[in-house]
Design a binder for this molecule. Sequence first.
Ligand SMILES: *Cc1c(COP(=O)(O)O)cnc(C)c1O
Ligand SMILES: *[C@@H]1O[C@H](CO)[C@@H](O)[C@H](O)[C@H]1NC(C)=O
Ligand SMILES: *[C@@H]1O[C@H](CO)[C@@H](O)[C@H](O)[C@H]1NC(C)=O
Length: 824
Amino acid sequence: MLCYLDEIAALLFLSTPATYLHNIWFAAGILSSFRRILQHFHTTAEDYTVIFTSGCTAALKLIAESFPWIPEGTKQPSSRFCYLTDSHTSVVGMRGITAQMNVLSVPIKPKEILLAKSRLPAEEQNCTTPHLFSYPAQSNFSGTKYPLSWIQNIKSGKLCPIKIPGKWFVLLDAASYVSSSPLDLGVHQADFIPISFYKIFGFPTGLGALLVNNRIAPLLRKTYFGGGTAAAYLAGEDFYFPRKSIAERFEDGTVSFLDIIALKHGFDVLEKLTERSLGRIILHYSSGMEKIKQHTFALAHYTYAALSNLKYANGAPVVRIYSDTDFSNPDVQGPIINFNVLDENGDVLGFSQVDSMASLHNIHVRTGCFCNTGACQMHLDISNEDIQRNLQAGHVCGDNIDLVDGRPTGSVRISFGYMSSFEDAQTFLNFIIATRLSKSDSEIPLQTVTKPMTESVPDDHLSFNNADKLSPVLQISDRDLRNISSEAKTTGRWQPLEPEAESIRAAVSETAVPTCRKGDKPITIAKIYLYPIKSCSAFEVTEWPVGNQGLLYDRNWMVVNPNGVCMTQKQEPRLCLVNPSIDLKQKIMVIQAEGVDPISVPLEDNTGKEAVICESKVCSHRVKTYDCGERVAGWLSTFLGRPCRLIRQSSDVKSKSHQKNTKGLSCATNISLSLVNEAQYLLINVASILQLKEHISARLKEPLEIEELIRRFRANIVVSAPESFEEEEWAEISIGALQFQVVGPCSRCQIICIDQQSGERNKEILQSLSAARGRKTNFGIYLMNQPLLSSFSDILSVGSQVLPVLKENTEIQPPTSSEEKCSG
Ligand SMILES: *Cc1c(COP(=O)(O)O)cnc(C)c1O
Ligand SMILES: *[C@@H]1O[C@H](CO)[C@@H](O)[C@H](O)[C@H]1NC(C)=O
Ligand SMILES: *[C@@H]1O[C@H](CO)[C@@H](O)[C@H](O)[C@H]1NC(C)=O
């Protein structure tokens, strides 16, 4: 803690009078933040040491590295690292470090702890081998709060996580808990308490702390010594003497001192907020935290009650909530609700779909397993084999594959913080009601919701600004009911339409040969599009060569931000105004956009330097790419008005062996794909578009052009089949010599809301799709082509006939594929 004060002291001498004053502020600011943290947790520097880290995760790592473990194979009894299975990944990950140190780790299920009552025999109590037990004060998954009384009981030997001689130390992962509950370290003297400040204030990110009880602080080991941690050392010899202060010893390098100073403002804001709510009386800060606990719990309780009462007309619940409590007591339940949305038949709706719909309503939900696989497995009933099987099916943590074989791989979570209001809770409920319940279902049982917060919370929670609105019995407003009924109008089953696709049919060549498919009219290719630059405008062609990764040059380039993260229309709708086209003869790609001169990029040049691309947050070399240079980067940056670069996939990936596509579904990971695409081709059917158009027209004032609608779905192949949605019954198709396997349906995201000509958004489109398709957002199918038999590339042409093979069992729903392709 004091090490950067040294630096500041140095600054004091060097600086001019103006900055001198500034620097005194710095020093004072840091000291005051330091005090405020200890004060916040009801403790003093006498009992606890504060070590600043980059976050809770870094604090956990530090514990694993410096705990005075006694490894296996020494004369003394060895140490154990025990953790509750409902722990955050960052806690479970500590076992990687302990394993390296030859220390065994033992996962413990919550109910095992509740049952463990045994006391150690007296003769074993003299053993001093240190063991560490870690548990979350509040589960990051379900919001369950585990008893803080465990701390004292474990330390005193009354409660034994596992029977083994030695001395237990307790790591209380308070990262989630302290964001909405008071923690009194005077009473609950855990040995290690890691926290992240953004979870308390929403800011600053990248700053956390480890509070270490001074009973263990002097025993911590330090192997690495970074700048500022040494009292003295010799560069040439093994001589290092650490600083006396524990905090100074562990804060490697320069800590983020500006952020530390900013903490004061975080505490100030929390204080002001809760002061105001109490009128003139200014209470001790901790009772402010108590207010926040009551306020956030009141919101969660209300939302939980409303959600669990939502029913379809047939009585089936609308959501399945994963929790260990019934939200009746804020001491055992935090303000987190974890659930999955169900359909009328009780089948789970994929969380990616819920996420897409929620983002249209400006609601931010978290989806997946929330860095807590243990809790996720427990609540969703996913076995270890399932996790391994899902991985084989291409599902990895953090992706959008939300269902495998119809079973969820994760769930949806909402949490409330001090700034959440009653309106937020209502907005969320209205969103669920609007997207799930039609008129016929709308005996909305919200009336049955009891007044939120009856006994368990003291009355003074009403002093919150918005709490007065919490009291009336909740009823859906007339406006909501109107919204629901307008939704219902459009929800009935679709009537088959007379296809009126003249404009499309006109495009179909006359040469199509009739087929003998159940006497039906032939299916033909109506349009072919490629998207040379991911997320940019389509390039329409009448015939095009097919390579091993799909249409030649389809999504071979992408626009990335200066950090290498791919830009899509979600962040930058203007990308659809960028029109690339490919000139195979001249071997160039020409990029055009209104109001600027076109620019061309050679097709065969890969002399640029290698680039790293980042999919969401993970950067990798999985796809080899190179940068297309300054000229085109400048052109794009000017047009989009933000710095960006164009990168291209190296052509050597193309020759990568094309693996056999087994079972169709699990293939997405091992088939050769161009840039981060989900599948090689996306196919849509004109008849399906026509039916959707009818549906949307009923909801829109202005008529929608069919061509415009087609463009929104960003398909590669547009076929014209007689029946709408018959494409969903296909297992395989062949077009001339080319064979394609159907990978699965494409689940749509908000990209289809963007007018591909103007870049404007209209959220009606996705809502109509969801309403029209029985509240699913699938439209179109993904295809993979079989390895090409010859080395010649085949040609796909408009007018060619499409011969489908139907699925044997049309009931099987493949996993909804992620939205990669629909992100452009
Ligand atoms: C968020 C969280 C973490 C990890 O915190 P980071 O800020 O990501 O380092 C660990 N445990 C729990 C319970 C959490 O909620
Ligand atoms: C444990 O320590 C106590 C007191 O220090 C001593 O009386 C006792 O004999 C010790 N027991 C064993 C098994 O070493
Ligand atoms: C849970 O952990 C994740 C990942 O660290 C974090 O983003 C999220 O905000 C946490 N949630 C709560 C309620 O603490």
